[in-house]
Design a protein around this ligand. Structure first.
Ligand code: GLU
Length: 545
């Protein structure tokens, strides 16, 4: 058959030629070892937590090596497209400091390797498709959905592999005349790759995460262009990553099953093969069994969840890094205050099998990260979040910044900072008792303190309290009061001889804590009283009496 004629018959309107395309996409001038990576999401408006993994990996590899990280929008499936998705994506990633050097932007795009929206690249794909047709490596397939369904059923019944191959590839041997006739009749077609693979033979590539991957050669004639001329992921991947100069294709391991086809495509098109990095899927434990983190079932699968819940992006990033690189935690212990970007990210420290997502671990990491922030840092970050998600906290914090900062300063800055807060949506409750409008009178006093003693403690305290006392003086007064009432001045003493005392100094200060804060749990009472000020402390104690 005259394949040149076939190419013209199938795509007469496509006139772009490959030499012109390749002239435009010049080889990138980068220093030796610089990686060019990309994020290639579909614009569905949903950003999965899992997207953060290739995003962080791609960003780190590119920027650590002086390379380029770009954004390509895979908008070939118009049905799934959501308006404003690119903006949502960029905003979400920006919170994690993931910034692109080139690619799609909400207003258009920047960079010289575009268009970065796949739908605008239709003519480019067609040019390469025609090249493969001319070389006899692609052919039109007119099989109807129904016919393909019947084929599938037959394969199922005969326990044969699924797909369009060998004797099932009905259209692979159509003559030029038959094809011409079908087109005259207005029949629609998809363009299929003519595979020359033999599944009895094995092929392999080296994946930078998974190591050597061996697989059977692909013999399925997969679709390259759909009936509307739009490419499938596979074909677009080969053409785009080649033209855009991607050196490292970082993507989810769900693409491993079609990797043999991608390898064939690169070879057939005579493109140099990029390095592949297939990232393990994000799993969670559900009733003891591991399963994929699901967009439908798990709210925490969405990246927006973390922002809405008030997770600091620093915390999420620390946690993601612990999942991505097995030596990150160790590095962090040795480099407590270092910027996360000082960590040397490396592909050989990445997990080969599934990454297990553990919310408790994230909360733990997060408490730690927040405990290391200065009060000012935490204030600024929390207020940004509160503006969108907690109007009450926002009001309180903006009305009196100094007060907010002094509350957040309690127990911060020392060797062992307090770890009360894991996410910003806990701050309002944590601070509530400092504000009269959200203070709730305490009811639960320690059981071993009689009501007479409680009254005596509170009444005496009204007399004792002196705002100018140092912490030691303040505590000494509580100890003295405890002894006077028959409570042990030290917990240890009480534990040794409980029969000698009514309780210990902790019970006495608990009475004060419940009266002043309304709670049994709070940070340091001395600090709290200082912040509340004499009048409020005395008012609350009087109220409790
Ligand atoms: N659009 C594909 C996805 O969202 C991109 C995969 C890739 O990075 O190649 O899964």
């Amino acid at each position: 058959m005259d394949f040149n004629k076939l190419a013209e018959l199938l795509y007469p309107d496509s006139t772009l030629n490959i030499e012109d395309i390749e002239k435009k996409y010049k080889k990138r001038q980068l220093k030796e070892g610089a990686c060019v990576t990309r994020l290639a999401p579909s614009p569905t408006g949903f950003v999965h937590l899992g997207n953060l993994f290739p995003a962080v990996t791609g960003e780190r590899l590119a920027h650590q090596s002086g390379g380029v990280f770009y954004l390509r929008i895979e908008d070939t499936d118009q049905k799934r497209e959501v308006e404003g998705a690119v903006e949502v994506l960029l905003k979400s990633l920006e919170r994690y400091n993931i910034l692109f050097d080139e690619g799609a932007t909400p207003e258009g795009e920047k960079g010289e390797y575009g268009p970065y929206y796949q739908r605008q690249r239709e003519q480019i794909y067609k040019a390469y498709a025609k090249k493969l047709i001319r070389e006899g490596r692609a052919y039109p397939c007119f099989c109807s959905e129904q016919k393909l369904e019947e084929m599938r059923k037959e394969q199922e019944a005969k326990k044969e592999n699924f797909g369009y191959y060998g004797k099932y590839a009905a259209c692979s041997n159509l003559s030029f005349e038959e094809i011409e006739q079908n087109i005259k009749e207005g029949k629609s077609f998809v363009l299929r790759f003519r595979s020359n693979g033999d599944p009895q033979k094995t092929d392999s590539i080296v994946d930078l995460i998974k190591g050597k991957l061996e697989f059977s050669e692909n013999d399925i004639d997969h679709v390259m262009l759909k009936s509307d001329g739009i490419p499938t992921y596979h074909f677009a991947h080969a053409v785009d990553d080649y033209l855009m100069g991607t050196t490292h294709v970082v993507r989810g391991e769900e693409w491993l099953s079609t990797l043999p086809f991608h390898v064939q495509l690169f070879r057939a098109l005579n493109f140099p093969m990029p390095h592949y990095m297939h990232i393990a899927q994000l799993m969670k434990l559900d009733n003891g069994a591991k399963r994929k983190l699901s967009k439908r079932k798990d709210p925490e699968a969405s990246l927006s969840y973390y922002y809405e819940q008030g997770f600091s992006s620093k915390s999420v990033m620390e946690y993601i890094m612990t999942l991505l690189n097995s030596n990150f935690e160790e590095w962090r212990i040795q480099n407590k205050n270092a910027d996360i970007n000082e960590f040397k990210f490396s592909s050989d420290k990445m997990s080969i099998s599934g990454c297990l997502f553990d919310m408790d671990k994230l909360l733990d990491v997060s408490r730690n990260v927040i405990s290391q922030m200065t009060a000012e840092e935490l204030y600024e970050d929390a207020i940004k979040w509160a503006k969108d998600y907690d109007s009450d906290l926002y009001k309180k914090f903006t009305a009196d910044k100094d007060l907010a900062i002094s509350i957040l300063s309690i127990g911060r800055g020392g060797e062992k900072p307090r770890k009360d807060i894991a996410k910003y949506n806990e701050i309002n409750d944590y601070c509530a008792f400092f504000y009269d409008e959200s203070f709730k009178k305490g009811e639960e006093y320690p059981e071993n303190v009689s009501s007479e003693d409680r009254e005596t403690i509170l009444k005496s305290y009204l007399e004792l309290y002196d705002e100018s006392d140092s912490q030691e003086e303040w505590f000494l007064k509580i100890i003295e009061l405890s002894e006077k009432l028959g409570f042990a001045p030290k917990t240890k003493l009480y534990k040794k001889n409980p029969e000698l005392y009514k309780g210990h100094v902790g019970d006495v200060s608990m009475v004060l804590r419940v009266a002043v804060t309304g709670r049994k749990n709070s940070p340091d009472m001395y600090e709290i009283m200082k912040i509340l000020g004499k009048q409020k402390v005395l008012d609350r104690i009087s109220q409790a009496l």
